[in-house]
Design a protein around this ligand. Sequence first.
Ligand SMILES: *[C@@H]1O[C@H](CO)[C@@H](O)[C@H](O)[C@H]1NC(C)=O
Ligand SMILES: *[C@@H]1O[C@H](CO)[C@@H](O)[C@H](O)[C@H]1NC(C)=O
Ligand SMILES: *[C@@H]1O[C@H](CO)[C@@H](O)[C@H](O)[C@H]1NC(C)=O
Ligand SMILES: *[C@@H]1O[C@H](CO)[C@@H](O)[C@H](O)[C@H]1NC(C)=O
Ligand SMILES: *[C@@H]1O[C@H](CO)[C@@H](O)[C@H](O)[C@H]1NC(C)=O
Ligand SMILES: *[C@@H]1O[C@H](CO)[C@@H](O)[C@H](O)[C@H]1NC(C)=O
Ligand SMILES: *[C@@H]1O[C@H](CO)[C@@H](O)[C@H](O)[C@H]1NC(C)=O
Length: 906
Amino acid sequence: MHPNLSSATVGLILLLSSALGAAGTSWKLGLDNALRQSPLRPALPEVVISKTWDILGPFRLGTREAIWGADPLEYDGGFHNLQYDPNGTFNSALAANGSVHWGATHATISRSSPGQVQAALNVSFPAVNWAFMQSVYGWPALQYQAWARGVLEVKGSQPQTVALFGDGLLEFLVDGEPYFGGDMYQYHRAPSLVKLTPGPHTLELRLTRDVRALGGLNNAIAVMIHAELREPESITLYQDSLLVPELVNGRLGSRWASINVLNNEEDLVELKSVRALKTMHRVSMQNPLQIAGHQIRPLGFTISLEADHEPHFSVEVVYQIAGGRSRSTYFEVNLKERPLSEPLRITYLHPAGIISYAILRTPPPNACNHSLPAPVILVLHGAGLEADSAEARGMLDAAYGTCAWMLFPSGVTSWSGDDWHYWGVADTQAAVSAIADWAKQIGWDGPAAALDELIVAGHSNGGQGAWYFSTHFPDNVSAVAPVSGYTSIENYVPYTMWHDSEPSLSLVLSRSRSTYKNELLVGNLAGIPVAQQHGADDDNVPAYHGRLMHELLGQAQWPSEYKELPGRGHWFEGVMTTKYLKEFYQSRANQSKVVETFPKTFTITVPSSGTLGSKAGIQVDQLQTPDMNGKLRVTRSADNKIWHITTRNIRRFHLSETLFRVQLPEAMVLDDMSGTFPMESPQKTQGWFVRDADGKWDTSRDAGWKTIHQRYGRQLGALDAILRTQGTFTIRKCSPGVDPVALQISRNFFQYFAANSQIIDHCSSNSSLNQPGNVVTLSMGHDLPAALGDTYPIRIDQGHLVISTSRSLSTLPALRQKYIYGEPGLGAVFLRPCPDEKLELVVWGTDLDGLRLAARLVPTITGPGQPEYVVLGKRSRWEGVAGVYAAGHFDWSWQISPSSYQSDPM
Ligand SMILES: *[C@@H]1O[C@H](CO)[C@@H](O)[C@H](O)[C@H]1NC(C)=O
Ligand SMILES: *[C@@H]1O[C@H](CO)[C@@H](O)[C@H](O)[C@H]1NC(C)=O
Ligand SMILES: *[C@@H]1O[C@H](CO)[C@@H](O)[C@H](O)[C@H]1NC(C)=O
Ligand SMILES: *[C@@H]1O[C@H](CO)[C@@H](O)[C@H](O)[C@H]1NC(C)=O
Ligand SMILES: *[C@@H]1O[C@H](CO)[C@@H](O)[C@H](O)[C@H]1NC(C)=O
Ligand SMILES: *[C@@H]1O[C@H](CO)[C@@H](O)[C@H](O)[C@H]1NC(C)=O
Ligand SMILES: *[C@@H]1O[C@H](CO)[C@@H](O)[C@H](O)[C@H]1NC(C)=O
């Protein structure tokens, strides 16, 4: 959300949450609950949460650092093992006298129906001099951690399954059993199901303050625990999660729909089929959907309407529990019709195999020259904002009249899952591609959408998203307008309070995060008009961010426009349609405009992760090493016939003719000494330019290099490259006893990304890797199946993890070639290649404790900077990243890069 929520923003957010429509993901029991309330059903027993809570804290915590452990009480054996002691003192760098004591707080308890209860905690530590700390360290000083202990009690005489939602939490314990992931952004999408005996149970909450989620105006942590007894029904269909397209001219522009389904049983539930009741409409699902015990998954289905349709109908879902008899349950579909001139909800398939939506507005009649495709203005929304809200839908109302399509992608979730990075860009891309089919289905006869004419705008988190999109996919963007945007996660709420670690280790993490450092990539915007707008009094994303990018663009020899609005804050009504921005959209959308002049000289920067779309038709495939950014300095001759290109750290690239915004040359001169490469037309787009170990460039047309031994395409990126899946995630369990961790990862994928994952048991053969999407493999001890490539440098040998570094690359002769880790409680994560650009993320532990430690690093919130492999020792539980034994990156041949970090346990 927003630090320093101004009152205007608070008002907006409240409005938005009440304006969430059918596509909203907020949680509520709708019709499904109503259907169940038969008069014969016995009253549910009660669940109760204590009003008084013991509190211990505050302790320091860095921005998004909690993923790495970094809990000081773990040094004392963990909060769960500490008894309340009025005399107890604990060292804390934040508090007076350097120590803190136990305290207490009261929760606000509310109950909206029997069988469920909510406890809201608002914890703050007024004794700490936050204002002074902040005056020295800035917003990071308002981030800290603490623990709270209360009681959850189940009344009655039978064990009960309780759904626990933890809004604002990253982790909690029930009777000492850890539930990691929680719900930092308060999506309320996926509860943890806990089976509890009657009586009291200890509930312990790790409170972590995050300025981006909780604001920077006060120092309080507000969280809510919502406990709800599951009813006897085996599955819950979340009626309010139903996502359907809107009708226009009585037609459906897209047929994709979905609804979230929770399995309340401990056994596997299989959804067999869906069908519409009492209508001729066809509702169908492709394959049966298997939902593991206590798992929640989205059920994707398609709708096709008969003529003279009834927009309101019931859908039956047929399911089986553990192969038993078939049962049915129902949900309601109510399709809403809107006029063509309004912003409309469209649905489509996200590459990760889920249904997503965007809000689309067609160009106004008579605004365009119908013989030309019209550009698309993309608006990326701010954090915590749902695209399907009156506010977001209306964001460009005042600019309606411009000849352009307007597209508001949802980003799948209100935080776009990952701040408009891999997950959000994939969604945006899918939304853009969905326009053509939608137009055909509804019988649109106006101008088509010009998919290569994207005008990318965005506000706040979306402003940052606009920077990310345009610096990473420059050839896809014809103009960019970041509004009140921040430059990068690290520049927004700095990392000052993190635990210190060995500098060579800090460097590895900093490199992982650098893919998102837009400040380093501004040169990629050469040739793309940039118009920034920022409120001078923005206390949420300071205008410094806008001014900085303006300054950096000037130094990159690509002057940009920067408009600072005096007296204006972060958000105000019409912020995306000021006179300044309207004129920018209009001039960029003007179909008779002259083609932009492309600079004579420009520098392309490839983030060290290698993730960059094409720029001026140049698509870099591989870097020499992931230890530094790649660069290409291009100088065009006066007639554009020859390009002189100097490269740094580039190993392989090709030219992509489909996207160029400048005519490709007739010849290229690479790094001078390699001579000239003439380019006949077919050669322009076929084949690769490859630099060998001696620095000599050659061309190659052999596509055979894309093997398991080379890293390319969607395998690039740090650990979060696992999100670049094409298809549903598969979580394979390769050891007995890993079920809670499998469920946790599935739940976190769903909570944070609305991602779909299947949990499978078999992992012995290659077939379990033969899934459409990326795979997460869970194993302990010696159970891990070998890597597909025989040169892959990490393996398990007799229950120990063995890392082989390549000596020839090592700059430090003191370093050995082989490192072995096997102590109890040790965990590791590492990416491995799969065929066809797919990835496997191995989560491994010497035991369950180690596995749980490692599983914290599977992507949830943005910013922790997980590298591509990490070995965590038990000290990381309190030291955070400083307790890491090994961490680093893989190069183009999946070998460990020289700057990676290895150390012996001691
Ligand atoms: C706390 O300290 C006081 C004073 O030393 C002592 O009288 C009291 O028994 C202690 N309480 C506990 C619970 O240890
Ligand atoms: C800090 O220590 C001093 C001296 O022991 C004591 O008087 C004061 O109350 C302590 N402050 C806090 C906030 O505990
Ligand atoms: C929590 O308490 C702080 C003051 O300590 C207050 O400013 C804030 O509004 C409260 N938050 C909620 C959600 O009640
Ligand atoms: C529309 O575009 C076509 C093709 O570029 C051009 O010939 C025509 O003059 C344009 N018409 C108007 C009214 O701009
Ligand atoms: C960029 O354009 C290319 C070619 O049309 C397309 O394949 C790719 O998906 C686009 N990328 C993004 C991020 O829109
Ligand atoms: C579009 O561009 C043409 C040529 O530069 C110009 O004459 C016209 O005024 C522009 N229209 C708008 C709406 O900016
Ligand atoms: C698994 O796949 C690899 C690489 O594709 C192959 O070399 C190996 O023989 C396969 N193993 C089995 C058991 O099929």
